[in-house]
Structure formats: C-alpha cells, structure tokens
Design a protein around this ligand. Sequence first.
Ligand code: PLP
Length: 379
Amino acid sequence: MIPSPTAAGIARNASPYLHGGEETALCQALRSGQYGHSELTDTFEHRVARLLGVEDAVAVASGTAALHLALLAAGAEPGTEVVVPSFTYCATVQAIVATGAHPRFIDVDPDTGCIDDQHVLEALTGNTRIVLPVLYGGRPVDLTAASPVLAARGITVVEDAAHAFGSRHPSRVRVGATGDLTCFSFGPIKNLTCGQGGMIVPRTRTEATTLRRLRGLGVVQSPTRRAEMTSYTVDGFGMRAQMPSLNAAIGLAQLPHLHKIETRRRSLWRTYADALRTVDGITLVDVDIDHALPHLCAVRVDSDRRDPVFSRLRGRGIAIGTHYPPNHLQPAFRRWHRALPSTEQLGRKILTLPFHPHLTEQDIDHVTTELAHALEATR
Ligand SMILES: *Cc1c(COP(=O)(O)O)cnc(C)c1O
C-alpha cells in the first residue's frame, strides 16, 4: 500500500487530497506504455471543458506553462506591457518575463487580495496589451466594468485562475466560462491535482490550435495523426509543454469528486470565518465564499505582530504561511518596481492558515485558539 497523504493536518499549510481512484488510474496509465500526450489527455480536456461549460480546453504541463502559452497566444512579445498585480505567486510574473514582455505591477484591494476595474483602468498605458488578473484564494474577479475600455484598446484579459478551479462568478457561470483566456493549475496542492499540470480555456478554435502547437514543439499535426504519417510539419515556435498521460490519469480520477471538494473547502472556510469572528486583531481576506471554491484562508494582522505570530505558530507545529511576498520587491523583478502601498502593507500583514480538505473542525478550532494566544502574547 502506497502511503497516502491522508494524515495531513495542521502540520501542512496545504496538501493534496486523494479520493481513492488515483492509484489505480496511475498504474493503468503506467502499464499502457504511453506516458506523453495520449488519449487520456484528450479525455481529460473534454471532461474539464464539460465541467466548466466551455467548448474546449487545452491541457499543459503546469499552471506556469498555461500562463506562458496563453500570454504568447495573446500576442505577448518583447515590448508588450502586461498589467498584473504584484500580490501573486512569482510564477505569474515569471510567465510574463518568459515571453519577453514586462509586467506593469498594480495594487490590489487589501480586503480581497484582488485587483478591480479601477486599479486596471488607472494603470493602463499606451503600451498595455494584456491585463492579467489573479483570482487570489479562488475569488472570482469581475472586470466587466472595464471591459468596454479594454476591448476598445484591443487589450486581452488573461486570467490566472490557478487558485480558482471550480469557482463560480456571481452569475453562477464557472470561472473560465466568461470568454476570457483563463489559466488553471493542477499542481500538487491546488483545488484539483494532476500531480503537476495546467489547463487553458481558449477563446476561439484558432486560439486552441495555436495553443496546441505551442505546447507540442510547434508541430502542426496532432500526436495521433502524426503517428500515421511519414513526416510532420513544424511551422513555428513551440515548447515541450504537453500534459503527460500519467498526470492526466490522476486528474481524470479526481474530477468526478470536485463537488465534494467544493462542499468541503467551503464548509472549512466558513468554519474558520465563524471561529475567527471572536479573535481580536485579525481581518479575514474575503474570498466571496458563496461563489468561490476557496483555495486559501488568509488573514491580515498588524504588520509589527505578523512575524512574531508566524514564528510562534510555526513553533507550535502549525503550518502558517505568507502567501505572498510582493513581486515588485523581488530582486528579479525590481526593474519594474513601482510604489504599491496597499500591496506592500498587505505583504507585511498577510498570514495564511492551514487550509486543505484533510482538516477537521477540531483542527480549525485549535488553529484559531493558538492564533488568538499568539496575538495576545505579542500585544
Ligand atoms: C500555483 C500557481 C501558479 C503556477 O502553477 P504551477 O502549476 O505550480 O506551475 C501560478 N499562479 C498562482 C497564483 C499559483 O498559485
């Protein structure tokens, strides 16, 4: 019996959750002898598209690859300016830089960790070609109010929905089904895992074709067609970024259980929200729990108490996190630094509590109690 990560409790900030069918599915894929892109990958694409309510979805090797390829498909190249929150995982920014484009960092709303229409409209310049909202914690981001301006200027929205697989918009439409170019991650600790993997929702058939060539070394023919031909055509740039069948097999086994993850993560988030109501000195980052499939449970604490609280909880075996240190302050991205007061404050205040489907209500009670003690001790 392969050990499963079911024991993960508060000692993990995040953890994959296995439903039981993953091992068999993975073994079958291993025995099939086809480890690269296979029909399993195609099936996974179809099932994800059906779940989201979209025509097509393009599976890739990771969330970072999804962003990289989506940005390329949206025309990112050297000189392109991409408006993006600094408050995100560094993967978002590395994907921009990988295309030769550059980030124009913008502030977020500290109550949500997300950008809004106003932030975007204020930041646009004559060079902006792409706006990249990050759905922090799984929260749907609605840029409808800005979209006439974006459309008039020919600006594409590429969504980083790495946290938000399964989330819905207030209209009940799933994230990914609103017509933007949406990128998901199926990395180890995301709402759904393939071990490693990502998915792009393309806007058109042409875009889907472009993305499939970009992920497959620029080869025009699909892997299946190619096997029947004596040659193949490479018609442009391409990367080795397809989703291996081994990963697709894990994702396929996870997918039918997403509704359970949705219920579980929402319920855990609400349990935290209720428990934290009585804790002085913290503010919960709002994830829009009625619509989100939450990926994080983040709170803000006074910046001068954040680090001592972090250390104390870590010392007590509670895997507290700080998602995320702002990117505009990172050495690699310093050349694109702008003053972003809300983000800088948020970066000093943020704490992410252990949050994954293995948690129990008692775990949450324990974390909340310890957090309250740590706050009292640092007053
Ligand atoms: C996980 C993550 C990514 C990258 O996804 P990978 O699958 O790890 O490459 C990008 N953006 C955000 C916000 C993420 O959390």
